[in-house]
Write a protein that binds this ligand. Structure first.
Ligand code: PMT
Length: 396
C-alpha cells in the first residue's frame, strides 16, 4: 500500500510549459489513494485549464487569494492546515524567487507561507535561468529552510536549449513525495498508542462516554508508522479507520483498555496515552435495561477506574507520554499530571476551545517534560502528530 494512501496533498501549479505534466501528477497521486486539492497561479491557467485539474482531482481548483466566495468555502489558512504535504510542480523561477522572499501576494505563495507541512518544489525553467546566481541563491535559501527540491532533470527543453531545468516526470515526483513521509526516526521501535473515548456501561443500552473522535491518537499512530515504528493502537469506539500498517486492538471500557495496555507495555519502547479515558464507571452494570420510574431524579454511584497511563509509567519499561485535556488553568494541571503520574512527557490541549481538541481536525498543544516547555499549532492533527513524534523521538 502506498504511503500516500489517505494523505491530503496540495498540488501547486505555477506558470510554465511543464504545467501540462501536472495533470498526470494529480492522476498519479489520486491513484495512490491521496486526496488532492490544486492551487494554481494566474500564469498557470494560461498553460492548463482549472477545469482539467478539477476533473482529475475531483475537487474545485483554488485560484484567488482575494475572492470572498472562495475564501468563505475554504480560506487560505484552512487550505494550508488541510495539507499533509505541498508540492509545487512546476515551480517557475519567478515562483521560487517570490517564495524565497516570503511573499504572500497570491494564493499559492500565501498557502506555502502559512503551512507547517512539508513543502517540495519541482523546478522547471530554461537551463540558463536555473543556472543563474539569483535562482541558485533562492534555492539555497529555501533548502536551508527545509524546503525539498525535487529535480530538475537535464535534457532537451521546450525552448530548444539542452541542460538542467526540465521538470521531473510525474511518476518520479509521486515517488519522492511518498518518501517524504518516511523519516525512519523510530525505526526498530515499538510504539503503543491509546486513542478514542471509553464507554462505561450502565445497562445493555446506555453508557457514559465523552466527545473523543480518535483523530489525535490515530494521527499519532500514522506519524509513528511514518517514522518506522512497529505501531499498536489500543482504540476505544470511533468512526474512523486505523492507519494501514497499524495493529489495532479495539476495546470499549477503561478496564478493557487497561488490560490491553498493561500487557503491551511489557514489550514496548514508547507509550502514548491519547485516549480520553473515563475516570469513573458505574459501580453496577444492570443486566436488563433500567426502566423509567416515578421518581423525578435518579442517582448513579460511580467508582474510580484504574489510571492506565500512571500504571504503565509505574512499570518503568518505556518512555511514557500522557495527554492532559483541560478547560482552564491548562499549564498548572498539565504540570501536576506530569509529576503525579510520573510521566516522561505530557501534551496539554485546551478542550474548551471547539476549534481544537475534541473532534476537530486541528489542535494546538503545550508540551512539558523535565523543566522544559514548548508549543505547537494550531495546525492539522496530522501535522501536529508528525511534530510530536519528532519531539518524542528526540527525547526518548
Ligand atoms: O480524539 P480527538 O477527538 O482527536 O480528541 C483528542 C483528545 C482531546 C482526546 C486528546 O488530544 C487528549 O487530550 N487526550 C487525553 C484526554 C484525557 O483523558 O485527558 P485527562 O487529562 O483526563 O487524562 C490525563 C492522561 O491520563 C491522558 O493521557 C489519559 O489518556 C490518561 N488517563 C486518564 C484516566 C485514566 N483512567 N487512565 C488514563 O490513562
Amino acid at each position: 500500500m502506498s504511503a500516500l494512501q489517505n494523505r491530503q496533498i496540495l498540488v501547486g501549479i505555477s506558470g510554465g510549459i511543464a504545467a501540462y505534466k501536472s495533470a498526470e501528477l494529480v492522476r498519479e497521486l489520486s491513484r495512490a489513494g491521496a486526496c488532492v486539492r490544486v492551487v494554481m497561479t494566474r500564469a498557470a491557467t494560461e498553460f492548463i485549464t482549472p477545469l482539467t485539474l478539477q476533473a482529475l482531482s475531483g475537487n474545485p481548483v483554488h485560484l484567488d487569494l482575494l475572492d470572498t466566495e472562495a475564501e468563505a468555502a475554504m480560506g487560505h489558512i484552512e487550505l494550508a492546515r488541510w495539507a499533509d504535504a505541498i508540492i509545487v510542480a512546476p515551480a517557475s523561477a519567478n515562483f521560487i524567487a517570490r517564495l524565497s522572499q516570503g511573499r504572500a501576494d497570491d494564493l499559492l505563495t500565501a498557502v506555502c507561507l502559512a503551512s507547517a507541512s512539508p513543502l517540495a518544489l519541482a523546478p522547471a525553467m530554461n537551463q540558463q535561468m536555473w543556472r543563474s546566481d539569483a535562482t541558485r541563491n533562492n534555492c539555497e535559501q529555501l533548502a536551508g529552510r527545509g524546503v525539498q527540491l525535487f529535480g530538475p532533470a537535464e535534457g532537451e527543453q521546450a525552448c530548444g536549449d539542452v541542460g538542467p531545468g526540465r521538470m521531473l516526470e510525474p511518476g518520479i515526483l509521486a515517488h519522492k513525495l511518498e518518501q517524504l513521509f518516511d523519516s525512519g526516526l523510530l525505526a526498530g521501535k515499538k510504539v503503543v498508542i491509546t486513542a478514542g473515548p471509553t464507554r462505561e456501561a450502565l445497562d445493555p443500552v446506555r453508557y457514559i462516554s465523552n466527545h473523543s473522535s480518535g483523530k489525535m491518537g490515530y494521527a499519532l499512530a500514522q506519524a509513528a508508522i511514518d517514522a518506522g515504528a512497529d505501531t499498536t493502537l489500543v482504540s476505544g469506539p470511533v468512526n474512523i479507520s486505523p492507519p494501514a500498517r497499524a495493529t489495532c486492538i479495539n476495546v470499549n471500557s477503561a478496564q478493557e483498555m487497561y488490560t490491553q495496555a498493561l500487557a503491551l507495555v511489557q514489550n514496548c519502547d514508547i507509550f502514548v496515552a491519547a485516549a480520553a479515558v473515563a475516570d469513573y464507571r458505574p459501580d453496577q452494570v444492570a443486566e436488563n435495561k433500567i426502566k423509567k420510574g416515578d421518581s423525578e431524579s435518579m442517582t448513579l454511584t460511580l467508582i474510580k477506574n484504574p489510571d492506565i497511563v500512571a500504571d504503565v509509567a509505574a512499570q518503568q519499561q518505556c518512555f511514557v507520554v500522557g495527554f492532559a485535556a483541560e478547560t482552564h488553568e491548562v499549564d498548572k494541571y498539565a504540570r501536576k499530571k506530569l509529576v503525579d503520574k510520573q510521566l516522561n512527557m505530557i501534551i496539554a490541549n485546551d478542550v474548551s476551545d471547539p476549534s481544537i481538541g475534541f473532534n476537530s481536525d486541528n489542535n494546538a498543544v503545550n508540551v512539558y517534560w523535565d523543566n522544559e516547555k514548548t508549543s505547537f499549532g494550531p495546525v492539522s492533527k496530522s501535522v501536529l502528530a508528525k511534530q510530536l513524534i519528532e519531539l518524542i523521538a528526540q527525547r526518548s
